[in-house]
Design a protein around this ligand. Structure first.
Ligand SMILES: N[C@@H](CCC(=O)N[C@@H](CS)C(=O)NCC(=O)O)C(=O)O
Length: 223
C-alpha cells in the first residue's frame, strides 16, 4: 500500500491530488509541521523531513517532482501522464523538472526572504526581485499554454496538478497574479476536476488553496 507523508495544505497537496486522480489506494501520515520527529517512520521516508514523501514497500521517494513522476510509472493508464516509451514522455519530464527546479523555488524570495538574508532591511529588495522573476515565469507559461488545455496539449498529466498548486500559491499574496488569462483558465480547468476538488476538501483548502482552518493539519490542532 502506498503511504503518503503529508502536511495538509502544503506541497504534499500535489502528490495527494495525483493519488486521487488515479483512484489509488493509499494511506496518509499527517506530519506535525513543528514536531516532525513525532512520526519516526517519516525520517526513514525522507531524511530531510520534508513533505511530500512517499513509501511504497521498500521504496521511499521524496521531492514533489520525483514523487509525481514516480506515480506516473507506478499507476499506469490512470490519467497521470505518458509512461516511459509513450509519446509526450519527454515533454512531461521537461514540464515537471521545470516546475520543480524553477517555479517551485521562485516563491521562496516572496514567502521567506528571511531565509536569504539575515538583514531585515534586505527583505524588500529580495521580494521585489522575486516578483520580477515570477513575472517572467508567468509570461513563459502564457506562451507555453497558448491554444492548449493542458501542459502536454490534449493529455492531462501530473504537470497540470503541479502547475495548479504553484499558481494557487499566488494567493498567499494579497494582489499578485501569476501569468495572464491562459494560466487563469488552466487553473480553473484543473480546479474543476472532481479529484482535484476532492483533494482540496481532504486538505481543508478553499478554491484559492487557502486553508479554511489554519490552526489545523489533518483535522488536528498544530498548537
Ligand atoms: N524541494 C522539496 C520541498 C519540500 C518542502 O519544503 N516541503 C514543505 C511543505 S511545502 C515542508 O515539508 N515543510 C515542513 C517544514 O519545513 O517544516 C519538494 O519539492 O518536495
Amino acid at each position: 500500500m502506498l503511504e503518503l507523508f503529508q502536511i495538509t495544505g502544503s506541497c504534499s497537496f500535489a502528490a495527494r491530488a495525483a493519488l486521487e486522480e488515479a483512484g489509488a489506494e493509499y494511506t496518509t501520515v499527517d506530519v506535525h509541521p513543528r514536531r516532525r520527529d513525532d512520526a519516526p517512520s517519516f525520517s526513514a521516508a525522507n531524511p530531510l523531513q520534508r513533505v511530500p514523501a512517499l513509501r511504497d514497500g521498500d521504496e521511499a521517494v521524496y521531492e514533489t517532482g520525483a514523487v509525481l513522476l514516480y506515480l506516473v510509472e507506478r499507476l499506469p493508464g490512470q490519467t497521470l501522464g505518458p509512461a516511459q516509451g509513450e509519446p509526450g514522455r519527454g515533454e512531461l519530464m521537461r514540464w515537471v523538472t521545470w516546475l520543480s527546479n524553477t517555479l517551485h523555488g521562485a516563491f521562496q524570495p516572496l514567502t521567506n526572504p528571511q531565509f536569504l538574508t539575515d538583514d531585515p532591511a534586505g527583505h524588500e529588495g529580495i521580494s521585489r526581485k522575486g516578483w520580477q522573476k515570477l513575472d517572467a515565469h508567468g509570461r513563459y507559461l502564457e506562451a507555453e499554454l497558448a491554444g492548449r488545455p493542458w501542459c502536454l496539449g490534449e493529455e492531462f498529466s501530473v504537470a497540470d496538478i503541479y502547475l495548479y498548486m504553484l499558481k494557487g500559491w499566488e494567493n498567499y499574496s494579497d494582489d499578485y497574479i501569476l501569468g495572464g488569462a491562459g494560466l487563469a483558465a488552466h487553473y480553473e480547468r484543473v480546479g474543476a476536476r472532481p479529484a482535484i476538488a476532492r483533494t482540496r476538501e481532504l486538505d481543508d483548502l478553499d478554491e484559492r488553496l487557502i486553508r479554511y482552518h489554519p490552526e489545523l493539519r489533518g483535522g488536528k490542532s498544530i498548537v
